[in-house]
Design a protein around this ligand. Sequence first.
Ligand code: NAD
Ligand code: ZN
Length: 362
Amino acid sequence: VDVISSAGRYEVHVGVDLLPSLGARVKAAGLLGRVAVVSDETVFDSWGRQALDSLGQAGLAAQPLVVPPGESTKTLSSAEALFGGLIQGGFTRNDTLLALGGGVVGDLGGFVAATFHRGMALVQVPTTLLAQVDSSVGGKVAVDHPLGKNLIGAFHPARLVLADVRTLETLPARERWSGMAEVVKAALIQDEGLLELLEQRLEALATGAGAGAELAEVVRRAVQIKANVVSRDERETGPRMWLNFGHTFGHALETATGYGPLTHGEAVVQGMRVALALSVKLGRLTPAEAARAQQLLARFPPPPSWPAVAPAAVKAALFRDKKVQAGRLRFVVLSRLGQAEVEPELPPELVDQGVAQTVTPP
Ligand SMILES: NC(=O)c1ccc[n+]([C@@H]2O[C@H](COP(=O)([O-])OP(=O)(O)OC[C@H]3O[C@@H](n4cnc5c(N)ncnc54)[C@H](O)[C@@H]3O)[C@@H](O)[C@H]2O)c1
Ligand SMILES: [Zn+2]
């Protein structure tokens, strides 16, 4: 899949068993310097050896820099530790930072690559479904601040993204379902054909023991959707907003529950339920179409029960969202299955109805 970015064009390679050819693909992308492999302990234990071997076989000198797993690693102090590793390892701007892991490693490693010596080449090797279909494509990199997520960041598109679905074989089931929420989102906003495929094969794709050609095809189609959107609108002024479908109320729920009980995907599934209901109330989507989408969402495993959250907490989180301008909540709706549109302002009574539905477990 080709992506057009402000920094030039890059390729996303999607397939089964791509990791053994990682080194050759990095070289073919014109990256001939040394490679700092940033990963987390969990991912590195499973897939680090293969990645290092492949780089070595291609004649690329590689050095691992491994961080602890989890969102709590996505901080400036982790970035500082990585800068130290790069400096001590003698890395320069002509070298490459390769992020091997999920969205945490991709965002953190990407942020370090964006800022080290004012920017070094970045290669993303996403190993979660979420990272493969979402965070590795589009150039957004960031670390969290104690006062909020993703507040310190940059646009730093990768020079190459390699999504090997084989690496998903070690991903815990709950994480795979979480990523599947983004796949459903992609289908709902842009690709009715993919929606039909998901309707036929959702459980097999999300829980299949193996990670084969069928999953690779679904990942490729979801990446294609993200690539189309960010290629048209890297800086989120128009179509890129569509990617926020289900995320307005979903993010608010994540914030109000303190980023603990729910995975991102579980929150986004709940947010998509709300967005579908509001799309109908706004007269944009027919009840029959919404019901069809709701049926697909109902096939996701129920989230663990989350502690009761006050509607006011969700509402407060909503209005801290970056999609709020001058007190107006811009909102992504569906105008049909496979087509998202931006509603410039969600009326206050619908905000309240959305909040009430958000805090009510399915
Ligand atoms: N930059 C963007 O555009 C963008 C978009 C969406 C999300 N994000 C960010 O992505 C992050 C979430 O990403 P994530 O869900 O991938 O989380 P993650 O990177 O924390 O990975 C989830 C867990 O799975 C483990 N893991 C990863 N790959 C594995 C594998 N193949 N086998 C076994 N275990 C594996 C990790 O160690 C971690 O414990 C958030 O910080 C979010 O803000 C960024
Ligand atoms: Zn998301």
